[in-house]
Design a protein around this ligand. Sequence first.
Ligand SMILES: O=C(O)CCC(=O)C(=O)O
Length: 201
Amino acid sequence: MQQLTLFPESAPTLPVNYYPDFLTKQEANELYQHCQELQWQQNQIRMLGKTMPVPRLECIYGDEGCDYLYSKSVLLKPLPWTSSLAQLQDRITAATGYSFRIVIGNQDSIGWHNDSEASMGFNPAMPAAGYAYASVSLGSCRKFQIKPIGGKPTDFWLEHGSLLVMHPGCQSTHLHQVPKTNKVVSTRINLTFRPHTGRRI
Ligand SMILES: O=C(O)CCC(=O)C(=O)O
């Protein structure tokens, strides 16, 4: 596997890289088929004193014990790696040099946020030390936006088989989202590979 060029000229001022052709079309199609068989679920989230369904399907796979808590209310417990997901993880690590312990699948949109969860090793006292996060997109192409906190967004279109890498520090300085769309679009799956401290929650 050839090492990817990090920080190419396409996005010199953003702490992200986008590789539209990370997977071949055939690899992306096969992975998309595999993802149809993953254990998707609609979790419940507690917000403003109310419990409601998370507005997208999610799944999580990864190392044993690497539970993931977000928004202080949604606890995801990883299922063991499938061989396809483990192979993809190894390939991303070989290409980027970054290591991961879990992958979270989600479908559809997500509002502006950063991924600053303690279970991934986010340390508010040393935000720039942070961690990398790698996301593979499959299916329908969707707009992804990233902006410096308080700044203007830059748009990327996440294509079938693409890889987006967010570098260490990105979660402290930038927010990102996949906005809702009114267009009728077919299924879209996103797999985000993330580190984990390994500490039990
Ligand atoms: O769906 C995407 O492309 C991004 C997902 C995301 O931002 C997240 O899971 O934190």
